[in-house]
Design a binder for this molecule. Structure first.
Ligand SMILES: Cc1cc2nc3c(=O)[nH]c(=O)nc-3n(C[C@H](O)[C@H](O)[C@H](O)COP(=O)(O)O)c2cc1C
Length: 413
């Protein structure tokens, strides 16, 4: 059963929130309500009370408590970052052009206890208090814990930006040391920092001193080869008092191609006493469970596979909470969520810009409808929410007729 409700304090009183009562039961609802109140998320009573500490004693517990790869009975301990506790430890990865307020909202609805903003440049943030970057972050009255990510190479600008992000409500500040894009790397930022340990130490020190909230870093498995640079950065993070690290288990040279090297997660886990969040190629609840059970990750970060498929986050949340795997979304749930996502983007960014930016999501949502090329073409041309609704409503009876003939649901992906 799905019910539209309005959650007060979500920063937009008219923004409808769908509560999936059928799929999540009362805990799902409560979790949403807690997030709405800006509260912290702990396991339900009687559920895993494993105390994963910020300094690694929880690792063995993590490995022991994940028991099965077939759904249920796999509750993992909460992830502690600084003084905060996140359960289950499943997070949407920061992604430029994706991790905006509507996307963060969908991730929260799926049960993620902490969400990330996309990275913003510290130089841009320093230029003006009303700079475009603040609009991109869109963190005002965020309805729950949010980690704001910044990139750059200047210790002074980075630490001042971190301070401002904290003031603006960031629950955690994260430094990006993974971006492989040439423009960023040439300016010494993103993954380029991995090759400059002295500079990294200075940056960590300055940012740590500027912040009272937890401070984390996300980096790559290495520059060209797996290992050394990642271990150095992780050790520096530990020495300079950071609270957790996240590793995208590909090298800078790999960009976003090739396979993520999950064993680096275990190696990092053995080298430092900080919690390690694993990232790269998590495409299913089984993957998430394996990353924790076999590679020692303390938390899971999911990027591209959740685009157009936020239910993947919900499936991982369920698995790591020890609940049975949820049913896959129905065709109507997919269409309704796509529409609601478009509506939210139009509300936050304005209809013209919001819907133009929504096109990349359309491409992803439509992967579940591989035969509906006409609908995709039509959606890519929509300039208003009304046109979106019209296109989807025209498609709905067609897809239902198709399914009735085949007695299949969900639509074969
Ligand atoms: C479109 C796009 C934008 C991204 N932007 C960011 C970013 O702003 N900050 C960051 O740390 N990583 C960024 N990433 C990397 C992701 O956070 C993640 O590390 C990467 O996609 C690997 O995870 P995956 O295999 O689950 O997609 C981006 C990735 C993509 C595809």
């Amino acid at each position: 059963m799905r019910r539209h409700v309005t959650v007060s304090g979500n920063g937009h009183p008219r923004l409808p929130v769908v509560v999936h009562l059928r799929r999540r039961g009362s805990w799902g609802y409560l979790r949403l309500a807690w997030a709405g109140a800006g509260g912290e998320l702990e396991p339900p009573p009687g559920r895993s009370s494993g105390q994963s500490t910020a300094h690694g004693e929880g690792v063995m517990e993590t490995r022991e408590t994940v028991k099965t790869a077939t759904g249920a009975a796999a509750a993992v301990p909460p992830l502690r970052i600084g003084g905060h506790s996140y359960w289950p430890p499943v997070f949407p990865a920061p992604m430029c052009g994706i991790s905006d307020r509507p996307w963060r909202m969908l991730a929260r609805e799926e049960g993620c206890p902490l969400v990330y903003t996309q990275m913003v440049s510290c130089e841009a943030m320093m230029r003006s208090g009303r700079d475009k970057s603040w609009g991109i972050l869109d963190m005002f009255l965020e309805p729950g814990p949010v980690c704001a990510q910044v990139f750059g190479a200047d210790p002074e600008n980075l630490s001042e930006t971190a301070r401002r992000l904290e003031q603006a409500g960031a629950t955690i500040v994260d430094l990006n040391m993974g971006c492989p894009v040439n423009k960023v790397v040439k300016a010494n930022g993103g993954s380029a920092l991995m090759t400059q340990p002295d500079l990294v130490r200075r940056i960590f020190r300055r940012m740590r001193a500027a912040l009272t909230v937890p401070f984390t870093v996300k980096f790559r498995a290495g520059w060209e080869k797996y290992g050394e640079e990642a271990f150095t950065v992780a050790r520096l993070a530990e020495e300079e008092g950071l609270d957790a690290v996240a590793v995208h288990a590909r090298t800078r040279q790999q960009g976003f191609k090739g396979t993520a090297d999950w064993p680096i997660i275990r190696s990092l886990r053995e080298q430092v006493r900080l919690p390690v969040i694993g990232n790269g190629d998590v495409r299913s609840a089984d993957d998430a469970e394996r990353m924790i059970r076999d590679f020692g990750a303390d938390g899971i970060m999911v990027g591209r596979a959740a685009m157009g498929n936020p239910w993947l986050l919900g499936a991982i949340v369920a698995r790591l909470s020890g609940r049975p795997d949820p049913a896959p979304p129905t065709v109507d749930e997919r269409l309704d969520t796509m529409l609601r996502h478009a509506e939210m983007m139009a509300l936050r960014r304005g209809e013209e810009l919001g819907l133009r930016e929504f096109r990349k999501h359309v491409v992803c949502y439509m992967k579940a409808f591989p035969h509906a090329r006409e609908l995709k073409t039509r959606l890519m041309q929509c300039g208003t929410v009304a046109q979106y609704q019209e296109a989807v409503e025209a498609f709905r009876p067609i897809i239902h007729e198709y399914l009735a003939q085949r007695e299949e649901e969900p639509f074969p992906a």
